[in-house]
Design a protein around this ligand. Structure first.
Ligand code: AMP
Length: 373
């Protein structure tokens, strides 16, 4: 979770999402919380989980305990003194490189602290780390998901397997290369596949359009052509932006103009979708019964190029009101939907970025598999 300059939690979404599981366990025993914060290299203080204690205590309505290590005699002693209802937060597991390496001995030391293992960290379920995957083997009969993971799986399955049609996937963001597998998988499931964001221009170039200085992955032009052909052969309606909001530099004070998406002048770059595209996308969204959205439609971090992303978020909120199931996931789309205060107006906001994409790609997530095994 993000911290501000004063090292206070600035977005408590992931903490809030973990509360039901923590409360449930605290009602029946003592809770030992293990977690990650950032990517520490040398036990930097700014990555200490102690910064999370005030916010978590506030959310739980009671003081929680904290210890500045996660393994060793001191921790064992503290754990032995716990009473039912106590909640003890261990120090950042990533202070030990063994965590990321998935070290078995480290995982065993963590496992020895407790009787039952509950994994509720969907955001890291795609990593085979000590505390998210390796540890599960030490609890052959006492391992389980928490409510958050259970909920994530239920909602993602709803999109992937039990969706009502028409089913539309909106895939945006910067690069084709990071979304290619999910685009391919989605072609087997969806009725409409909307491509938006920076990815657009690789597709437009593949079709012979002029994209000026827009973001492009030349190595993926052939892939883009193949995807367009695949969509055709599968009868999927692959939709690209028809117009583009272009800027003469990558900055908030750039000059802008709107052109057809395939007629961007040299020296200009497409940084958002244009109004005709908003209309086109909104109509498709309005006619869908299930929608998956991952990746913004433009450089929404700058207000000047946020309009397309806002309009997609609003169209999703409208569709949800009419009974469409809408799932939003991926770091940037979640940040966007929150920025415009629409997170309660869609059906489900996934807490997983990479984990969600890998799940949608049909991969077996190691953290999930370790519990199910
Ligand atoms: P991703 O992490 O792949 O979902 O990409 C998210 C990023 O894509 C955001 O930081 C956006 O600013 C960026 N992005 C969206 N549209 C464009 C665009 N037209 N040109 C450059 N970057 C973009």
């Amino acid at each position: 979770m993000p911290l501000n300059e004063k090292l206070e939690v600035s977005d408590n979404t992931r903490l809030t999402a973990a509360l039901p599981t923590i409360r449930k366990i605290a009602s029946q025993g003592a809770v030992i919380l293990m977690s990650h914060l950032g990517r520490p290299k040398n036990k930097e203080e700014k990555f200490s989980l102690k910064h999370v204690v005030p916010e978590l205590s506030k959310l739980l309505g009671e003081d929680i305990l904290f210890i500045d290590d996660c393994i060793g005699d001191k921790v064992k002693e503290e754990v032995n003194g716990l009473k039912n209802g106590d909640i003890l937060l261990l120090e950042n597991l990533r202070y030990y490189p063994e965590e990321k390496k998935g070290d078995k001995d480290f995982a065993k030391q963590l496992a020895n602290l407790a009787d039952v293992y509950v994994n509720d960290a969907f955001g890291t379920a795609h990593r085979a780390h000590a505390s998210t995957t390796v540890i599960a083997q030490f609890f052959p009969n006492d391992k389980m998901f928490g409510y958050l993971i259970e909920n994530e799986l239920k909602n993602l399955q709803k999109v992937l397997k039990n969706h009502e049609k028409p089913f539309t996937a909106i895939l945006g963001g910067a690069k084709v290369s990071s979304k290619i597998t999910v685009i391919e998988k989605m072609l087997d499931k969806v009725d409409n596949l909307i491509i938006t964001g920076g990815m657009t221009y690789t597709f437009i170039k593949a079709q012979g359009g002029k994209i000026g200085n827009s973001l492009v992955e030349d190595d993926y032009i052939e892939t883009a052509t193949e995807l367009i052909n695949k969509a055709k052969s599968k009868g999927v309606n692959l939709v690209l932006p028809v117009d583009s909001l272009n800027a003469d530099k990558f900055a908030e004070d750039a000059n802008t103009e709107i052109t057809p998406a395939d007629e961007i002048k040299d020296g200009w770059m497409g940084l958002d979708i244009g109004p005709e595209t908003v209309k086109l996308f909104s109509k498709i969204i309005n006619n869908s019964k299930t929608i998956l959205w991952n990746g913004p439609a433009g450089v929404f971090e700058m207000d000047k190029f946020a309009e397309g992303t806002i309009k997609i978020a609003e169209a999703l909120a409208e569709a949800t009101k009419k009974g469409t199931f809408t799932l939003v996931g991926g770091g940037d789309s979640v940040a966007a939907i929150k920025k415009y205060h629409l997170e309660d107006k869609v059906s489900y906001v996934s807490t997983g970025g990479g984990a969600m994409l890998e799940f949608l790609e049909g991969k077996d997530l190691p953290g999930i598999a370790a519990i199910k095994k």
